[in-house]
Design a protein around this ligand. Structure first.
Ligand SMILES: *[C@@H]1O[C@H](CO)[C@@H](O)[C@H](O)[C@H]1NC(C)=O
Ligand SMILES: *[C@@H]1O[C@H](CO)[C@@H](O)[C@H](O)[C@H]1NC(C)=O
Ligand SMILES: *[C@@H]1O[C@H](CO)[C@@H](O)[C@H](O)[C@H]1NC(C)=O
Ligand SMILES: *[C@@H]1O[C@H](CO)[C@@H](O)[C@H](O)[C@H]1NC(C)=O
Ligand SMILES: *[C@@H]1O[C@H](CO)[C@@H](O)[C@H](O)[C@H]1NC(C)=O
Ligand SMILES: *[C@@H]1O[C@H](CO)[C@@H](O)[C@H](O)[C@H]1NC(C)=O
Ligand SMILES: *[C@@H]1O[C@H](CO)[C@@H](O)[C@H](O)[C@H]1NC(C)=O
Ligand SMILES: *[C@@H]1O[C@H](CO)[C@@H](O)[C@H](O)[C@H]1NC(C)=O
Length: 463
């Protein structure tokens, strides 16, 4: 604010004017009253401007008219009973005095100059990046400059709604207001407005508004995060990991991270109301064998909620049933082997392997009856207290040819048999044609079958 202080000599002369009866008409020598007018009277105008002041009197014989002011002035003409002055660079409020000698007496007149200026700075202090729902938020507005302060008010605003209106006091003026942050305030724009009300001075209501600041509010639930993941996952297979959270606001702005060991998963995140659900499909790889940690991390407003679960990745290889030869000839020894991966216990046709990870095997002298025989191998793997089974079987081929002489005799016998049957059929056909008779099928005399009651059956047995 500009000081309207006058140099000491001005004050002194002002005091003299006042003692002499500032602005009051003096009685003329002939008892006549004369006036000294200062125009404009008590003007309000923008700071830094210039002002034309006209001092006029009805005194018929005025001695030179003076203007007393601390402001820089220039004569702007004079005439009979008047003198005009141009005041420039009027930056602060001040009082100006005109004086004239009329018939040996001094007459004075004064005018109060009020300057107005708009605030140089109207700023709403930054809001917290995230404001918890249900907690008080303090809005703080700084106003620098602005005059006259008596007509300057500071208004804190949410959207279009006026939250608080206070006078601007101090330099800079700081105005605060407290609001209880709610869900509805998420995305709301807050701002600060100054109002310089000069309507009573015949001017306008001048408003200056700060840049708006948008608030983000959030709420985290008391309930924990729900993480669902398979406990066991076999290498090469896939499973679903699901992370769920309720009572989160705004759920759509939360970020979810799902991690399996060191592998970042790419979850599909869905939010519905205050619920958030992230799902990801995980596929186990050989290099992940063992206990892996699944972690879900939901981040909202620089706050994280976390949940962990263990997932055991295991590799269950086999079983495989193998023969020493894919096909063997009758009477030769064949070895049947069942193998599986490490830690897998196998049993081949009832024969256990000596230890997990070891093959089970059996030997046999292949006979004709072993052709097409199936060998079953059952594999068992225990992971994290759970037992898993896999089965496999393979069929043995045994090659055998009967002696050649036996085959010839069988072939000849078969041929003779065919000839005999052919001859017999031909003879029978001829006989039938010659007699010309045919058989009539006799009606059956047997009764149709029906269900028998147990006692009925017993009766029949006893009769
Ligand atoms: C000053 O006021 C007098 C009397 O009202 C008038 O005659 C004169 O023109 C005015 N001068 C200026 C510069 O306005
Ligand atoms: C106006 O007044 C101010 C202080 O009152 C001064 O600093 C400034 O130099 C002045 N400007 C002119 C153009 O006279
Ligand atoms: C918020 O402030 C008001 C007064 O400004 C007070 O009554 C209320 O208890 C405060 N609420 C919280 C949650 O701090
Ligand atoms: C707040 O302001 C931003 C940017 O000007 C605008 O996109 C948003 O819609 C406003 N919010 C409200 C609630 O009006
Ligand atoms: C949670 O995830 C965010 C990224 O979304 C990350 O910045 C933060 O460090 C994670 N927090 C923890 C505890 O892992
Ligand atoms: C199965 O046996 C064949 C030969 O009979 C051999 O080439 C193959 O490597 C064996 N496979 C396994 C898994 O032992
Ligand atoms: C397999 O059994 C047959 C008949 O029982 C016998 O002649 C043959 O020597 C046996 N083969 C072997 C390798 O023991
Ligand atoms: C494996 O075979 C055993 C016995 O033959 C049977 O009880 C079990 O159900 C089979 N398991 C699978 C996975 O096929």
């Amino acid at each position: 604010m500009e000081s309207s202080g006058l140099p000491p000599w001005t004050c002194l002369s002002s005091l003299i004017f006042l003692l002499l009866g500032c602005g009051l008409p003096l009685p003329g020598a002939q008892g006549q009253e004369f006036f000294l007018r200062v125009e404009p009277q008590n003007p309000v105008f923008p700071a830094g401007g210039s002002l034309l002041v006209n001092c006029s009197t009805d005194c018929p014989d005025p001695k030179p008219i003076f203007l007393e002011t601390s402001l820089s002035k220039e004569s702007a003409g004079s005439g009979l009973g008047w003198a005009a002055f141009q005041l420039s660079n009027v930056t602060g409020d001040s009082q100006i005095f005109c004086s004239v000698f009329c018939n040996g007496s001094q007459i004075t007149g004064s005018s109060d100059i009020t300057v107005y200026r708009f605030p140089e700075r109207v700023e709403l202090q930054p809001l917290p990046p995230w404001q918890p729902v249900g907690e008080n938020l303090t809005l703080r507005c700084l106003v620098e400059g602005g005059a006259p302060r008596a007509h300057l008010a500071v208004v804190l605003v949410r959207g279009e709604e006026e939250l608080s209106r206070q006078p601007a006091i101090g330099e800079p003026a700081e105005v605060t207001a407290t609001v209880l942050a709610g869900r509805g305030d998420h995305g709301a724009n807050f701002s600060c407005r100054t109002e310089l009300d000069l309507r009573s001075q015949g001017l306008e209501l001048f408003q200056n508004t700060s840049a708006p600041r948008q608030l983000r509010t959030f709420a985290l639930p008391m309930t924990p995060l729900h993480l669902k993941a398979p406990r066991l996952l076999e290498v090469g297979t896939s499973g679903q990991v699901q992370c769920k959270l309720d009572g989160l606001f705004p759920a759509s702005e939360a970020q979810v991270q799902l991690v399996l060991g060191y592998q970042m998963l790419v979850p599909e995140v869905r939010s519905h109301g205050d619920s958030l659900m992230a799902t990801a499909i995980v596929t186990a790889h050989t290099d992940q064998e063992g206990v892996q940690e699944v972690e879900c991390n939901v981040t909202l407003a620089d706050q994280s909620l976390k949940a962990r679960a263990n997932l055991t990745v295991f590799n269950f290889l086999g079983p495989r049933v193998n023969f020493s030869e894919p096909s063997v000839s009758e009477g030769s020894m064949v070895t049947v082997i069942c193998t599986a991966g490490p830690q897998v216990q196998v049993m081949l046709d009832g024969v256990w392997a000596t230890a997990p990870g070891q093959p089970a095997q059996l030997q046999l002298n292949a006979t004709e009856s072993d052709d097409g025989r199936r060998f079953f191998c059952q594999a068992t793997l225990e992971v994290d207290g759970e037992t898993m089974h896999k089965n496999e079987s393979a069929q043995l081929r045994v090659l055998y040819r009967r002696p050649v002489t036996a085959s010839i005799i069988i072939g000849v016998l078969a041929a003779v048999g065919v000839i005999i049957i052919a001859v017999a059929l031909k003879y029978a056909f001829r006989m039938q044609k010659r007699s010309g008779s045919y058989y009539v099928k006799q009606e059956t005399t047997s009764l149709p079958l029906r269900n028998m009651q147990p006692n009925e059956a017993r009766e029949e047995e006893s009769s």
